[in-house]
Design a protein around this ligand. Structure first.
Ligand SMILES: C[S@@+](CC[C@H](N)C(=O)[O-])C[C@H]1O[C@@H](n2cnc3c(N)ncnc32)[C@H](O)[C@@H]1O
Length: 229
């Protein structure tokens, strides 16, 4: 099993509420501090690591991958039925976004850090041809594998890009999914602001990721090898 702290799937809902009254004064939510890490160097290190997961999935990593991982995370066999082996073998998620609920027919989905495309392709099956899926990843080899898995589906597409600057129009999506990627983005506030930008009002976020239950020392956050390791 995993040696990392907690791997969870966390739901969140963005809603337009009609304005509720409360006796207590509202306090503004605090914005998390951004770790002192060079984002470009971090991105290069992450890309290097996931290039290998894409090109040599059998090499063996300090994390689980592929079909055995999908099984551990509770992916239903029928979700994987008919998916290309290339997308399955390079699966490297940390949770199961669909454990929070399956997606509805006709929904529009953005998959942030889609990797080799397994969640995007599962989502494409759930939303059907009336829906649409855009998978975004910054690692070219991962995207090539994802692209190869599209085959004759014309309601799923993969775009090269960053989670912090999604190549997706404002208010396009009903749901944002992501699996194992938020933990790799140093500026969490920026990451969630960008998710909110691409969501329609009332849209939702279904994330599988890693949570730690105690503060991480600031100097540890500066070590690139701890982000990728
Ligand atoms: C742990 S893997 C998970 C991949 C995929 N979600 C899955 O479940 O197999 C992390 C992926 O996130 C991508 N990634 C990491 N940081 C990113 C960022 N800032 N923007 C876009 N993609 C990113 C990596 O290229 C890699 O493919």
């Amino acid at each position: 099993m995993y040696d990392a702290p907690y791997r969870v799937s966390a739901p969140a809902q963005i809603t337009e509420s009609p304005g509720t009254h409360t006796e207590k004064p509202m306090t503004a939510p605090s914005v998390p501090t951004v770790p002192n890490v060079d984002r470009e160097i971090l991105r290069e290190a992450i890309q290097e690591e996931y290039e290998v997961v894409a090109r040599e999935p059998q090499r063996g990593f300090h994390f689980h991958t592929g079909r055995p991982l999908a099984e551990i995370l509770g992916y239903q066999t029928e979700w994987l039925d008919g998916l290309p082996e290339g997308s399955i073998e390079s699966f490297a998620g940390t949770g199961n976004p669909f454990s929070l609920g399956t997606l509805a027919h006709g929904e529009r989905v953005v998959d942030i850090g889609c990797g080799a495309g397994i969640d995007s392709l599962i989502a494409a099956g759930m939303v059907g041809p009336e829906g649409a899926v855009i998978g975004v990843d910054m690692t070219p080899s991962m995207l090539e594998k994802a692209q190869a898995g599209v085959r004759d589906l014309d309601h799923v597409e993969f775009r090269l890009g960053f989670g912090e600057e999604l190549p997706v129009p404002d208010g396009w999506a009903d749901v944002v999914i992501s699996n194992g990627v938020v933990n790799l983005m140093p500026d969490k506030h920026e990451a969630f602001t960008e998710m909110a930008r691409v969501l329609k009002p009332g849209g939702r976020i279904q994330i599988g990721d890693i949570l730690v239950d105690r503060p991480v020392p600031e100097n540890a956050k500066e070590k690139i090898e701890l982000w990728t390791g």
